[in-house]
Write a protein that binds this ligand. Structure first.
Ligand SMILES: [Ca+2]
Ligand SMILES: [Ca+2]
Ligand SMILES: [Ca+2]
Length: 721
């Protein structure tokens, strides 16, 4: 334990990134189900294992849309990266040494196959220097909701603006957060805020001089001099031109529009805006509105930090847990940059990323009545709320007024995209006052000074409340530091680290932080420097640490039922600074019971496949198995049970079927699966005499669906057919 602790501390000190996992989360590759299938009476002949084709790849889960033709590989050493290149017939498109990640272009191989080949090689112990491999998942802009009825607190707001009039009276959000009083203490002087977004119109009359005259194009992974106002020569479509840079410009205006008595004013008007354009330059590329791959987003984040941004505003998100994005955000936090994210406009209680990563400030939206706006996404990972309804801010010069052809310049938009920049501005003000504050301390000051709204105290709809800029900007007493901790999941029987496990940190009954154990650990011996989930800069306190894994994933034809249930939990107290690692043991016993009443002889049939040894074991009749035992070969009704104790994490696959070849008549049978105290019953199924149920043939079960068996993964292994 001591050794782990010191190793972990060393990693932290040297700024390496604790990397969690790939290919997890919640999506599914498979269609909805279940489907009814007919019992097929044709007998199955037990198979000669040598006849089964050799595997070169493992099936992998992919949790969301991704960019075709490329994968992201996180590596420990370059030699392993080059091994991967030859394995997947790829070439390095780009490398990011700060997080040891590479974007690998594939030629002629699909993303699932490439990832499967890497997983297979890792499983065989042939790729010891790879931390993870994952798809380049897509993230999308959190689209704003233009206000159709720009009426706030009884005042009808102007729709066509004279750029020479003062629009401050229409910025209700600045009243709500007490901007003018806050400006007595701070205006964001000397702080660079990166707007990681669609680009910013740096020559907008209210942003000219507020925006740094070079910007990073994360789509092409290059810095460009001047302002991101490339719209005119590039797009012929009015629609495209209309949207180009509009989101980022609106966000930038909320943060830093000039306090010059005309137009609008930003909450931190002395801030310098750095435009990091991560989104597709063409807003409607491939029929998709504004998107980016995780790799490009990660590079944009790292470039912003390297440039000197102390605050990063991120009004975007998506599904799928990305190691690469997590690494980039940890890099920002470790370098003292505050990472602000929109919660999302989904109306739902759900976790997206980057909002769900530990250490970020996830922001919900409030309206002029100080209530949560309906669309604002709910969840225990929320930090605070800020004005995000009918927010008046800048739009690019090329957006035109309806019918007149004149520039619109300003417009009312709503969304958590508009709430986040209020918090980014405030973070800059807090940093101006407290230059040595860590990202956690900045977050904590903003939380502690927020005005509690809705349910008393922290709540999952509005976090610690609606921000109060005047209160936060006055604060010069630093709160305690954040807590950091590594969480390991290990097998109960032998203490091996288990990759692919979801970790939840629950505080006061609310799920606050999410992580995942990573690819490695298993192949580097006990408690290597990887193989855990890392939580950086979180709130100290008493937590229930919960390890949930897809420890029992059952398949029934094209229907996959993912049981992402609790497998281990422990209550720990996390203090400020680096804590000793938390090691949770996962029970890896699986019990399968076949039950029936009819006076016939059914047999529970189990195939086990061990991909490392390439062996299949057909466990019918009752000959025992690699790691399990049978009990009760019932001949005339009753039950038979197979108990499996896996001593280590594995990719092994267990396929279940009902062997009715000895049955003399139709019987009604059920299969009960028990693991970690959870029992699930499948069936009852009407099983005809003479064959195997649910199918008659094993051929192609690996490669093709529908699969002839129930499949049960080894403990900890999420993947499998
Ligand atoms: Ca102004
Ligand atoms: Ca509250
Ligand atoms: Ca039997």
């Amino acid at each position: 334990m001591r050794e782990v602790s010191e190793m972990t501390k060393r990693i932290f000190v040297f700024g390496l990134i604790g990397l969690a996992l790939i290919l997890a989360g919640c999506g599914t590759l498979f269609g909805p189900g279940p489907k009814n299938i007919a019992n097929n009476p044709i007998p199955l002949t037990p198979v000669d294992p040598s006849a089964i084709p050799a595997m070169e790849t493992l099936p992998v889960r992919i949790d969301g849309d991704y960019i075709q033709g490329e994968i992201i590989v996180g590596y420990r050493d370059e030699a392993s990266l080059y091994q991967v290149l030859s394995l997947v017939n790829g070439r390095i498109k780009h490398q990011t040494p700060q997080i040891n990640a590479a974007l690998v272009e594939l030629s002629g191989m699909s993303v699932p196959e490439a990832l499967g080949r890497i997983a297979w090689a890792v499983r065989r112990g042939e790729l010891k220097g790879i931390r993870y491999a994952e798809p380049n998942y897509l993230r999308e802009l959190i689209e704003p909701l233009p206000a159709t009825n720009p009426e706030v607190m009884g005042a009808i707001l102007p729709k066509v603006y004279d750029p020479n009039i003062d629009l401050r009276p229409y910025q209700w959000g600045l009243d709500a957060v007490r901007a003018e009083e806050a400006w007595n203490y701070a205006t964001g002087q000397g702080i660079i805020v990166a707007v990681v977004d669609t680009g910013v119109d740096g020559l907008h009359p209210d942003l000219e001089g507020q925006v740094i005259g070079e910007w990073f194009d994360a789509w092409n992974l290059t810095w460009i001099s001047g302002y991101d106002s490339s719209w005119e020569p590039v797009y012929s479509s009015v629609y495209q031109r209309w949207f180009e840079g509009s989101h980022g410009t609106h966000v930038a205006g909320i943060i830093a529009a000039k306090n010059d008595g005309v137009g609008v004013v930003g909450l931190a008007p002395a801030v310098q805006i750095l435009s990091i354009r991560i989104f597709s330059p063409d807003p409607v590329l491939a029929g998709r509105t504004y998107f980016v791959g995780d790799y490009n987003a990660a590079v944009g984040i790292i470039e912003a930090v390297e440039y000197g941004a102390r605050v990063l505003n991120n009004s975007w998100g998506g599904k799928g847990y990305s190691q690469t994005l997590k690494a980039a955000i940890d890099y920002a936090l470790m370098n003292g940059a505050v990472f602000v994210v929109s919660m999302g406009n989904s109306y739902l209680d759900e976790v997206g990323y980057p909002a769900g990563y530990p250490g970020v400030i996830a922001v919900g939206a409030t309206n002029a009545q100080d209530k949560k706006v309906d669309f604002s996404t709910v969840g225990g990972h929320i930090s605070v709320s800020a004005p995000g309804d009918r927010v008046l801010s800048c739009v690019p010069r090329w957006m035109e007024q309806d019918g007149t052809g004149l520039p619109l310049l300003y417009d009312y938009w709503g969304g958590t995209s508009m709430a986040a920049p209020h918090v980014s501005a405030l973070a800059a003000m807090v940093l101006e006052r407290n230059p040595t504050a860590t990202p956690y301390q900045v977050k904590r000051i903003i939380e502690q000074t927020a005005t509690d709204i809705e349910a008393p105290g922290f709540d999952q709809r509005t976090g610690y409340g609606r921000i109060d800029a005047a209160h936060a900007a006055q604060t010069t007493t630093l709160p305690g530091e954040g807590a950091s901790v590594a969480v390991f999941a290990v097998t109960k029987s032998s203490g091996f680290p288990i990759p692919y496990m979801d970790i939840t940190l629950r505080k006061n009954g609310i799920d606050r932080y999410f992580g995942q154990t990573d690819f490695e650990g298993y192949y580097h011996g006990f408690f290597s420097d990887w193989g855990y989930g890392f939580f950086l800069e979180i709130e100290p306190g008493i937590y229930e640490v919960i390890i949930g894994g897809e420890d029992t994933t059952l398949y029934w034809w094209s229907w996959m039922r993912v049981a992402n249930r609790v497998t281990a939990r422990e209550t720990v107290t996390l203090g400020p600074g680096m804590n000793d690692p938390v090691v949770l043991e996962v029970n890896t016993t699986l019990q399968v019971t076949l039950t029936w009443d009819e006076p016939v002889d059914l047999d529970l049939a189990v195939w086990e496949y061990d991909p490392v040894n390439g062996t299949y074991v057909w466990s019918t009749p009752k000959t025992g198995a690699l790691w399990g035992t049978f009990s009760g070969d019932a001949q005339t009704g009753g039950s038979e049970t197979y108990t499996l104790v896996v001593p280590h994490w594995d990719w092994d696959v267990y396929l279940l079927a009902i062997d009715a070849s000895n049955a003399s008549a139709t019987a009604t049978a059920s299969i009960t699966v028990m693991q970690n105290g959870v029992t699930e019953v499948y069936g009852p199924y009407s099983v005809q005499a003479g064959g195997f149920y649910p199918s008659n043939t094993w051929e192609g079960w690996w490669e093709n669906t529908p699969h002839p068996f129930f499949g049960v993964t080894g403990p900890g292994g999420p993947v499998v057919y």
